[in-house]
Every structure is written in C-alpha cells, then in structure tokens.
Write a protein that binds this ligand. Structure first.
Ligand code: ATP
Length: 444
C-alpha cells in the first residue's frame, strides 16, 4: 500500500515537472533517451538557485574558500592517476538470447532476469564516456568526459595555491557537469548519465583530517536543513570499513528519504593524501606545501564533500510537493498542489496580479512588475479568476502574490499573499522591495 502511494507521489511530481516546465525528458519528440533530462523555464531557475545557494554558503560567506571552473575534457593521464581507468568499472553480462545487458551482481542464479536465457561471462565495463580529441580517431587521441569534477581541482592545486595566496586549511569549490555511462539509470533525475555536481576539495595539514571531516559533515547537513528539507527526511550514513573506496579513510553519506527509498544526496570523504600523491607521481610535479611557520613540507590531506545538483534539486522538489485534497479554499472541491519551496530556491519570487483587467490596474501592475524585476524573477499574470491565478503560482512554488485592487488606486497599497499561510497583508507599494528582501533572504 505504502509502496503504491509512494510510487503515485513520484509519478505526480514527474507529471507536475513536465506540465509546469520544470523538467522534460530529453529529446522527447524522438522518443527520449530515458537516461538524461532537460530543465525547462521554471526548472532552470530552480536549479540555478540551488547552485547559487551552494556558492553563497560555501564560497561567498567564507574566507578559506575559492572557486574555479575546470574544463570537462582533461588529459587522459588524469584518469590513470585518479584510478578511474582501472577501477571505475562494473562487471557486466550480456544475455545471449535477448541481448540485454545486466550488472553481474544483480543476477540471481546466473541467468537473464528478463527471459531466463544464458548469459555471457562477466566483463568489466568502464563507466567513463570515451571520445576523440582532434581530427584523427585513433587510440592516441582518446579522451574521456569527466566522471566527476574533483580531478580538475586536484590538478590545479598548485595553481590555486600560488595565485590565491591561501594556505591549508583552505578549499576549492566547483560546480559543473559530469558524465557516467550508468548501467541502470532511473528514478527520474536521481541517476542519469549526464548530471551536475557541486564539489569541495578542502586541503588540510595531515594531523587535522579527522576534525575537518567531522566539521564538513555537519556543515553540509546544515545546508540542507537551512534550505528547508524536513529533518526527518535526512539522515547520515557512515560507510563500513569494507565499503570504503580504495582511497578513502572515512566516508559519510547524507541520505534523503525519496519516495523510492533512502538514497544518497551527497558523500563526504576523507581522502587522505591519495589524490595529490598520485598526481605528483604521475605528473612528476612537486605538489607539496611548505609551511613557513612550522618549517615543514607536507602533502595536504583532503576532505571532499561531493554532492549532486540534480539530486539536491529533486530532493527540494519532492520535499516541497504537497497535495491538498478538496483544495485549500473554503469552497474548493478539487485537489490543489502547493510547492512549498524555500523562498531562496523558488524560481519566481513574486507574481503581480491586477484584480481586474480595467480601471488602470494592469498598468499599475506592469509598473510594479518592472520595478521588482530589477531585483528578482517576477511574473505578471492578468488571465483568469484571482483564485485560479493564486493556484497557478502555488503550484509553481511562488512564495508571494502581489495583488493590485481598487484600494491600490486610492492609497498606493497592494496586498501581498503568502503562499504557505495564504494570509494577506496590505503593504505600501513603495515599500515592496524592503518587504520582499527581508522575506526572501540573500539569494535572488
Ligand atoms: P551512487 O552510489 O548513487 O552511484 P556515487 O557514490 O557513485 O553515487 P559519487 O561518486 O560519490 O557518487 O558522486 C558524488 C555525488 O554526485 C553523489 O552523491 C550524487 O549526488 C552525484 N551523482 C553521482 N552519480 C550520479 C548520477 N549518475 N546521476 C546524478 N547524480 C549523480
């Protein structure tokens, strides 16, 4: 029963995303690909706000962090040094009968789960997408689409250190695309073949690794709380010793309770000096840091909080989605949907709605709209009954609706309706910016 309700909830969210322009199946008119998705007009705003909130917390508010934006295509030796060429692979089998491909560890009794046919020996399948750099398609020109953004920060460690004059403990923060040829993509945007990551590489003196690891687990969990995810839908899961990746001394995942079950949103790993040591070895460049004060030279240890922008965006959508049977109004009979997104994340911050399409109300509304647009994404809507327009905005997650009515024409006040409480307040037109800025917070 519960499974069915969860599945239905997920289907309703996917359908809202399509209908309201948050997320579309990629290349849909050609049948889609099933493994990548496109963000529509509202979705791109939401996702940009998620990235902006991440950058605000992890970069703008901190003195010990700097940003960067590395290229997706990197020197192929990077993936030898990082270990991706060697170990970033799943064992796969092909069914000799129906030709479908499966992960070897997902098969019971060694036969095809679809048709029961015989399967081939397991072969290693690398998750990295391969392509060619330059005009000649030969083995010398093979490059990979990066499967994570992290390596761009390791190989630039010295460049950043020298140009920014930071010293450990300090970190680099980066947001960017990553690609993995996942065997089993699915659960909407949760597991896709092209996705975006936000990653931090935080470089510390070797004896401070554990304390900074604990610090970053707390910081990252707090970020999700602060942006409104319900606490009971989040949990930490420390990896068992056996589960740890070869480079990791400790890893803790932040998990979210999606309708399809508890799943990883972000992983925080204590990577020791593994990455810098390997790149030092493979590149032949010295990547050590010399501490002038202690007169000691060392390879910094790294704490890596690594999250998925798409997964975070999906969690914010799922958490915000609420269906109200019978509607929210006294006379409502139909089901209504409210997207209770945190105002910082909401795609549209306010909608300006003239009560009627006459008496100069539209002109007033348009003028207010133009003014507020200097600061925020603002929508203007004069079509349909006011109740209908409120519902449209509730569904899109717009936290405030500003209504121009006959009183506006007399005393220059407007009503501001709060999406969550549905309470309306009269606010002088001239004070709208201050009023909204206080409620929305630092992100636009
Ligand atoms: P999973 O176990 O779910 O495959 P992972 O442990 O391989 O994830 P990491 O390599 O730690 O993931 O990547 C860091 C983050 O990048 C993940 O926490 C997730 O948010 C995001 N991520 C990784 N793979 C994907 C994917 N295929 N689609 C969307 N996001 C992803």
């Amino acid at each position: 029963m519960e499974d069915q309700a969860n599945q239905q909830r997920m289907e309703s969210i996917v359908s809202l995303c399509k209908r309201r322009g948050f997320i579309f199946p990629s290349s849909e008119i050609y049948g889609g690909t099933g493994s990548v998705w496109d963000y529509g007009p509202l979705g791109v705003l939401l996702k940009n706000n998620v990235k902006a909130a991440w950058q605000h917390t992890n970069l703008q508010l901190r003195d010990d962090m700097v940003g960067m934006d590395a290229a997706i295509l990197m020197h192929p030796r990077v993936w030898e040094a990082s270990g991706h060429l060697e170990v970033f692979a799943d064992p796969l089998v092909d069914c000799k009968q129906c030709r479908q491909r499966f992960r070897a560890d997902a098969l019971a009794e060694g036969r095809c789960p679809e048709c029961g046919g015989e399967v081939t020996e397991a072969r290693s399948f690398n998750l990295m997408f391969k392509t060619f750099m330059g005009p000649v398609e030969d083995t010398a020109s093979i490059v990979y689409l990066r499967p994570e953004t992290a390596q761009g920060m390791f190989v630039n460690f010295k460049n950043v250190l020298q140009s920014s004059r930071k010293q450990p403990p300090f970190g680099i923060a980066q947001v960017g695309k990553a690609f993995r040829n996942e065997i089993t993509p699915g659960n909407f945007t949760f597991r896709t073949r092209e996705f975006e990551q936000f990653e931090i590489e935080y470089f510390v003196p070797p004896d401070q690794g554990e304390q900074w690891f604990d610090y970053w687990v707390d910081q990252r969990l707090q970020w999700y709380y602060d942006l409104g995810l319900q606490r009971e839908h989040l949990r930490l899961r420390a990896h068992e010793q056996l589960e740890l990746a070869h480079y990791s001394q400790a890893t803790t995942d932040i998990e979210y309770q999606f309708p399809f079950g508890w799943s990883e949103l972000e992983g925080i790993a204590h990577r020791g000096d593994w990455d810098l040591r390997r790149h030092q070895e493979y590149s032949g460049r010295d990547l050590t840091y010399f501490d002038e004060q202690t007169r000691q030279r060392y390879l910094p240890h790294v704490i890596e909080p690594s999250g998925g922008v798409d997964r975070a965006t999906l969690a914010f959508l799922v958490d915000a989605y609420q269906e109200v049977a019978g509607g929210r109004g006294a006379a409502g009979a139909e089901k209504e949907v409210v997207l209770r997104l945190h105002p910082r994340l909401a795609p549209i911050k306010a909608a300006v709605l003239p009560l009627v399409r006459k008496d100069g109300m539209p002109a007033r509304g348009e003028a207010i709209c133009q003014r507020l647009r200097q600061s925020w994404m603002v929508d203007y809507d004069e079509g349909g009954s006011i109740g209908r327009r409120y519902r449209r905005q509730d569904e899109a997650g717009t936290p405030f609706c500003i209504t121009i009515d006959s009183q506006t024409l007399q005393d220059d006040t407007v009503t501001v309706r709060d999406r969550d409480t549905m309470q309306q307040e009269r606010v002088p037109q001239a004070e709208l910016e201050v009023y909204l800025a206080e409620k929305i917070g630092p992100c636009r």
